[in-house]
Design a protein around this ligand. Structure first.
Ligand code: 13P
Length: 243
């Protein structure tokens, strides 16, 4: 199944979020072949979900705590996310890694907590411009993968997202062939190390309706993780049409 994930980041309050999603839902429908998933700021999710009252729209959280419960001010647990009806959680986004210093040890624990709740995990990897320029993208990414996954990982719940850090919010993307090649190598790494065939890999970083057709037609791309362009209903719907 092809996936299109809207990462709203810290944008839209509950009412604005609801309006955006209502317009999206009027224009596009989920089906067996393709699905869109919305990641609102978590405090809006229950409201939007309840008001929308639609079983065909899927929600996720942009993060979860590495802990189960307790004195962790500001955190939200995987169980709480599950209980409000989210099916997905985004982990390892480069903004969490760089701005909140989330390293592989923390991400390993977050993956564990999310797996215990049977949430589907969208796990982000991606290199810095420095690594890209040195032709070291895949080495950087393989390390990110092998730092958190092992033989015990339940890959049935894992979706990967390749987001080159330098492509996020910049209107710059790698060349189509480069995207396809990285996706292929990510799939090959997971196959060679863990014997998992064809793990889904989404592409994220400056996807817009003007480039989504080309990106989604690549053989090893299973969908997209959209930031800025997911905030505008009509633009998000156009991107979905190219999936
Ligand atoms: P943009 O689509 O705004 O580049 O953001 C990508 C992203 O970070 C999605 O998680």
């Amino acid at each position: 199944m092809k996936l299109l994930v809207a990462n709203w980041k810290m944008n839209k309050s509950y009412n604005d979020g609801l309006k955006t999603l209502q317009s999206v839902r009027k224009k596009i429908k989920n089906n067996k072949k393709k699905r869109y998933i919305i990641l609102p700021p978590i405090q809006s999710t229950l409201y939007i979900k309840d008001k929308l009252d639609a079983k065909d729209v899927f929600f996720g959280s942009q993060d979860c705590s590495q802990y189960n419960n307790g004195a962790f001010t500001g955190d939200i647990s995987a169980e709480m996310i599950k209980k409000i009806g989210c099916k997905y959680v985004l982990l390892g986004h480069s903004e969490r890694r760089s701005l909140y210093f989330e390293d592989s040890k923390v991400l390993f624990e977050k993956i564990k907590r999310a797996s215990e709740q049977k949430l589907k995990i969208i796990f982000c990897v991606g290199e810095r411009l420095y690594d890209y320029k040195k032709n070291k993208s895949i080495q950087f990414i393989i390390k990110q993968l092998l730092d958190v996954f092992n033989e015990k990982t339940n890959f049935g719940n894992i979706i990967l997202a390749y987001e080159p850090i330098w492509a996020i919010g910049t209107s710059i993307t790698p060349k189509a062939q480069e995207i396809d090649s990285i996706h292929f190598k990510i799939k090959k790494t997971i196959k060679d190390k863990f014997n998992i065939l064809n793990i889904p890999v989404l592409y994220g970083g400056s996807v817009k309706s003007s480039n989504s057709d080309e990106i989604f037609s690549l053989k090893h791309v299973d969908g997209g993780l959209i930031g800025g362009a997911s905030l505008i209903a009509s633009e998000f719907c156009k991107i979905y049409d190219t999936l």
